[in-house]
Design a protein around this ligand. Structure first.
Ligand code: KG4
Ligand code: ZN
Length: 341
């Protein structure tokens, strides 16, 4: 008998629900994006995100159940991402999950959103991926984990300032590409010369597993506006100049992302890297990391692009917890910050 779960995701600005079987067959996946609500602010506004989750969570869950042709009674558990994320956003998902788990009398499972980004690789691969180096490259996080098994993730490195996706979004915004601009920046970069500007590769040669993107962001800003000058006073850029800046920034960011992944795999003695998170949808990043891993004899698993950005399918990780008896009580709380160690 296959069992199946409802997974709920509301950590940031996507409201998502999915129904997945224990053989990791995805019966349904619904994602309601809030991009258009946050675009005018060039970033996620927590209050707006929480309210939008409130409006969307019920229809999103209903749609996931009806597309999967499952009733609540047919489920074996309800899973929800409880960390890390925006407090208001997390609370909406948690309250929905608790209510349903209580009403249907099903086990409640807590999911770590970052671990779930790595687990997207497991779902796509349909085979064991642990132990591995888990690598999350998203709008909110750039973090490395030593994953001993499906429920034991040790945080071994990460960004000391901005996340990679945040840098992509900020540079995209400087180039007038709107929010979130990571994918648009990648498209603009296709017409540019990655060697046009020698942007820094912060901490790339540092022995620690740390990333820093804020200096790179500032270097781009100085290139556009001049040191210390406001962007509003910058001279207009030609299409070619914009493309060159986009391509040079992307090359620098990807050099850092790829270099650190291999450094981490060597240091930890892990010859398998599993990558997830929104920036892992970037084609050049995928190609560069694929080539670098092949050259070093490291196995690479990349989450499929559709499961790189936030979704609830990756909540299938709940099966790993369910089978180990890691079930929560109804006083489960959220943990907005990143848990270290
Ligand atoms: O994983 P995600 O949906 O959200 C977080 O959990 O943070 O990632 C969203 C991030 C945004 O910063 C977005 O600009 C970036 O992923 N992104 C990309 C691409 N597609 C999405 N960045 C670079 N290239 C892309 N193709
Ligand atoms: Zn995410």
């Amino acid at each position: 008998m296959t069992s199946c779960i409802l997974a709920i995701e509301s950590t940031c600005d996507e409201t998502a629900a999915a129904v997945i079987q224990d053989d990791l067959t995805v019966l349904s996946s619904v994602v309601a994006s809030q991009d258009e609500l946050h675009a005018r602010y060039s970033g996620v506004v927590p209050e707006i995100a929480a309210r939008a989750h409130l409006e969307r969570i019920h229809p999103v869950i209903e749609q996931a159940l009806s597309r999967a042709n499952k009733s609540g009674q047919e489920l074996d558990a309800v899973a929800v991402a409880t960390q890390p994320g925006l407090a208001g956003s997390l609370l909406v998902g948690l309250v929905a999950a608790k209510t349903l788990a209580w009403y249907w009398n099903k086990p409640l499972i807590a999911i770590d959103h970052l671990h779930a980004h790595v687990y997207a690789c497991r779902i796509a691969a349909r085979r064991e991926i642990f132990p591995c180096l888990g690598y999350v490259v998203s709008g909110g996080h750039t973090h490395l984990f030593h994953c001993r098994d499906a429920v034991t993730f040790e945080l071994i490195g990460g960004t000391i300032d901005d996340a990679a996706g945040e840098a992509f979004d900020k540079v995209a915004s400087m180039l007038g590409l709107g929010y979130p601009g990571g994918a648009r920046l990648a498209r603009l970069a296709e017409a540019g010369d990655p060697r046009a500007h020698a942007f820094p590769r912060p901490l790339l040669d540092d022995p620690q597993l740390a990333f820093s993107f804020s200096g790179l962001k500032t270097a781009v800003r100085y290139t556009i506006a001049g040191p210390g000058k406001p962007l509003e006073t910058a001279p207009p850029l030609s299409e070619k100049q914009r493309a060159d800046i986009a391509a040079s920034f992307q090359a620098a960011a990807i050099d850092c992302l790829v270099g650190k992944a291999l450094q981490a795999s060597r240091r930890e003695g892990l010859d398998r890297i599993c990558v997830g998170g929104g920036v892992a949808a970037n084609v050049l990043f995928r190609e560069t990391l694929t080539a670098a891993c092949a050259a070093q004899g490291v196995e690479l698993l990349l989450a499929p692009p559709a499961w790189c950005t936030d979704n609830a399918v990756m909540g299938a990780m709940a099966f790993e917890r369910l089978k180990r008896g890691l079930v929560e009580s109804l006083d489960l709380d959220i943990v907005p910050g990143l848990v270290r160690g």
